[in-house]
Design a protein around this ligand. Structure first.
Ligand code: UDP
Length: 239
């Protein structure tokens, strides 16, 4: 695409599960590859903020099913996302990209607190800002936080990368052979169709505020770079 198509500022959501490379914990080779792709897009001039999930460590809902109190399990989930943030920060800095981590739960020794105006200033100065600890609130997901952060720091788009699926389908492609990939749909179609590839709360936040969302697969060779640079891969969801 021409530089005219280049987005100004985007919020990229990365799945924690991908960071683990199929295991619990962080797979440095995976994170290195992701950092390389982000650095490529960054060099093209896009301002990039990142939210990372924590599915490679803990998911609150799963721990709850095994007997833990939900809110405490969710805090464990949020703390897991911060480890992913530090891993991404490390590999981005090795790529020569300046970064700041901001967390929704204060931990001054490893990260700044979440301060939206400061985050925007970092972006203007060419730093990649990585948001950790979700919203700092139990019962939320990192998908929802991605939409919220994108709105608050004024991104043009929220880019929801998915592991193992390359967009929005009419049904779960792993279970339904007739499932078709959609190039485009509206938030209300996503909500009424109960398409769970992204959380309903994230869809509805974007719908209410007319924030476009791209749902795309992160598994392709350079799909993260392409999505950040504004290529229409995956599925575009709009109001
Ligand atoms: N979490 C939370 N509040 C938030 C964000 C995350 O409680 O604002 C917890 C929740 O338990 C969740 C876990 O952190 O299961 C990891 O985040 P998520 O499941 O969104 O990660 P992903 O599936 O994208 O890797």
């Amino acid at each position: 695409p021409e530089s005219a198509d280049l987005p100004r500022r985007v919020l990229l959501k990365l799945s924690g599960e991908a960071f683990g490379g199929g295991h619990v914990g962080v797979d440095p080779d995976v994170v290195k590859g992701i950092a390389h792709q982000i650095a490529d897009a960054h060099r093209a001039g896009v301002e990039i903020a990142v939210v990372i999930g924590g599915g490679n460590f803990f998911r609150g809902a799963e721990l709850q099913q095994r007997g833990m109190e939900r809110a405490r399990a969710d805090y464990m989930g949020m703390l897991g996302t911060v480890m992913n943030c530090l891993a991404l920060q490390d590999f981005l800095e090795k790529e020569g990209v300046d970064t700041r981590v901001q967390t929704a739960i204060t931990m001054g020794q490893v990260a700044e607190p979440y301060i939206p105006r400061r985050a925007m200033r970092h972006l203007q100065k060419g730093r990649v800002v990585i948001f950790g600890a979700g919203a700092g609130m139990p019962y939320f997901s990192t998908d929802t936080v991605s939409a919220q952060r994108a709105l608050e720091i004024k991104c043009d788009q929220v880019l929801m990368s998915k592991h193992g699926v390359d967009g929005v389908y009419t049904a779960d492609p792993r279970r339904d052979a007739d499932a078709r990939k959609l190039d485009r749909l509206t938030f209300s179609e996503a909500l009424s169709g109960n398409l769970r590839v992204v959380d309903a709360a994230a869809f509805s936040l974007c719908m209410d505020n007319a924030l476009p969302m791209l749902v795309f697969g992160m598994d392709g060779e350079d799909s993260i770079t392409r999505a950040i640079k504004g290529e229409r891969i995956g599925t575009l969801v709009t109001a």
